[in-house]
Design a protein around this ligand. Structure first.
Ligand code: MG
Length: 256
C-alpha cells in the first residue's frame, strides 16, 4: 500500500532529511586512507544520537536474515554494492571507493540517503563510475513528479546509463519511505515509460541507482547482508529521499 504523507508528517521528514544530510556529509568528510569502516559507523551513530534521533538500520531485521543488521551505517567498499557491515579490521586505502548508506528516524519518521566517496586519489574509471551514478540519480529525480509513473523513473535512469555500458543492479531498488524505512512502491532503476504505480503529490520515495563497472549480477555474502558484484568489478550507489509535489521534486536529504 502506498502511503500519502500529511503536511505535518512532511514537516518532520523535511527536518529529518536535513539532519540525515548533515550527518552523512560529515561521515563523508571523515573518509580517508587508514580509517576503518567501523570508525565511519561509530561517527554516524554518535552524530545521530547528538541530534536526539535514531539510526534506522541498527537492529533492523529484513525478512529472511539470520540476525538483525548490527550497525547504523552500511559501508560497502569497491566491489561491495550495498549493505556492507562495518568492521574495525577493514581499513580504507588510497584508490578505494566506499559507499555509505544511512537511514535516520526523526520523531518516528524515516529518511534514507547514500553516496559513494573516493578514498584519496582514485582511478579515472572509478571517478567516471561515481560521476555517472550520481548523475543517474539526478536523472531519476527529475522524473519524480506528480502524474508520472514509477516506470518513468526507471526508464530515464536506464536510458541515461545504457551508453556507458555499466551494469544496472536489478535485484535491489528504490522504495517508498517515511512511516517505515521500506514502503511501497518499489522503484527499479530500469523500466518502461508509463508503467507502474502513479506518483501522487505528498508521496515520499527513495531513489537509489546502483551501477557496476561490469556485470549487473550480484552475489550475497555469507553474512547474509553484503551484496557484491559477481565479477569483482567496482560498484557505486547514490540515494536521496524525495518528496513528490505538484511542482519540482523536493530533495529532502539535500545538504542545507
Ligand atoms: Mg534505500
Amino acid at each position: 500500500m502506498i502511503i500519502i504523507k500529511t503536511p505535518q508528517e512532511i514537516e518532520i521528514l523535511r527536518e529529518g532529511g536535513k539532519r540525515l544530510a548533515t550527518v552523512l556529509h560529515k561521515v563523508k568528510d571523515m573518509v580517508a586512507p587508514g580509517i576503518s569502516t567501523q570508525d565511519l559507523d561509530d561517527y554516524a551513530f554518535k552524530l545521530i544520537k547528538e541530534f536526539g534521533d535514531e539510526p534506522a538500520f541498527l537492529n533492523y531485521s529484513p525478512e529472511g536474515a539470520d540476525f538483525p543488521f548490527p550497525a547504523s551505517l552500511c559501508v560497502s567498499v569497491n566491489d561491495e554494492v550495498v549493505h556492507g557491515i562495518p568492521n574495525k579490521n577493514k581499513i580504507l586505502k588510497e584508490g578505494d571507493i566506499v559507499s555509505i548508506d544511512l537511514g535516520l528516524k526523526h520523531k518516528g519518521l524515516f529518511t534514507d540517503m547514500a553516496m559513494t566517496v573516493p578514498v584519496g586519489i582514485i582511478s579515472p574509471s572509478s571517478q567516471k563510475l561515481l560521476e555517472v551514478t550520481e548523475k543517474a540519480l539526478q536523472i531519476g529525480i527529475n522524473e519524480a513528479i506528480e502524474g508520472n509513473r514509477v516506470g518513468d523513473i526507471g526508464y530515464a535512469i536506464e536510458s541515461f546509463v545504457r551508453p556507458h555500458k555499466y551494469g544496472i543492479v536489478e535485484v535491489l531498488s528504490g522504495h517508498g519511505v517515511g512511516k517505515a524505512i521500506h514502503e511501497d512502491p518499489y522503484i527499479p532503476n530500469f523500466g518502461k515509460k508509463g508503467t507502474g504505480a502513479k506518483l501522487i503529490k505528498r508521496m515520499v520515495v527513495a531513489i537509489e541507482p546502483m551501477l557496476n563497472n561490469g556485470t549487473k549480477n550480484v552475489t550475497i555474502g555469507k553474512d547474509g547482508y553484503t551484496f557484491k558484484t559477481a565479477d569483482g568489478k567496482k560498484s557505486a550507489h547514490f540515494e536521496h529521499t524525495i518528496l513528490i509535489t505538484d511542482d519540482e521534486p523536493e530533495i529532502l536529504t539535500r545538504l542545507h
